[in-house]
Design a protein around this ligand. Structure first.
Ligand SMILES: [Zn+2]
Length: 178
């Protein structure tokens, strides 16, 4: 059973085919298309589907920003991903390809992967910090992702470390990721 995984960041979009043991079989990477991320996402998934690696069972999408996982909706994304806020990503992908899709915050996905097949398989409580275009975190409590209000629990990059400091793209000043 293979699946497609997509990682949407403020700089790059990566997509690959993963087998049931978590091995990456093939990967493609593009610079984030800030003008039309929806079209880019669909075309990258289509490109992988055309490669014909046995049957694909589902599509997982990890994206920067706050995600409403139940609705597959981007609750809030900063100007790193312009126009992404409000996008119904799950619906978009499921309707186009007729495959089940899941969407979650990228740091949550990273933490989940570390727990399932990575360096935290022995741990039930931990925080996975991701350093990319921004700073994010996935929080695992009792072996479960803690998402918080509107998926904001791991948005530690926007904790204010320096009151009145550098302006952040979230609208506050002095955030850690600045
Ligand atoms: Zn901020």
């Amino acid at each position: 059973m293979n699946t497609i995984g997509v990682d949407i960041g403020g700089t790059k979009v990566k997509a690959g085919i993963i087998d049931q043991d978590g091995h990456l079989l093939t990967q493609i990477e593009e610079k984030t298309n800030k003008q039309d991320l929806k079209t880019q996402l669909l075309s990258m998934v289509e490109c992988l589907l055309k490669q014909g690696h046995c049957e694909i069972q589902g599509i997982g999408i990890a994206t920067a920003g706050r995600v409403n996982v139940e609705e597959g909706l981007i609750h809030f994304a900063t100007s790193n991903l312009p126009g992404w806020t409000g996008t119904r990503v799950r619906e978009l992908v499921e309707e186009r390809f007729g495959l089940p899709a899941v969407v979650d915050n990228d740091a949550n996905c990273a933490a989940y992967a570390e727990m399932e097949i990575g360096s935290a398989t022995q741990d039930r409580h931990f925080i996975c910090i991701t350093l990319g275009t921004g700073i994010g975190a996935g929080i695992i409590i009792n072996g479960k992702l803690h998402r918080g209000e509107n998926g904001g629990a791991g948005e530690i990059g926007h904790m204010v470390f320096e009151p009145g400091g550098r302006l952040c793209n979230c609208g506050k000043r002095g955030c850690w990721e600045q």
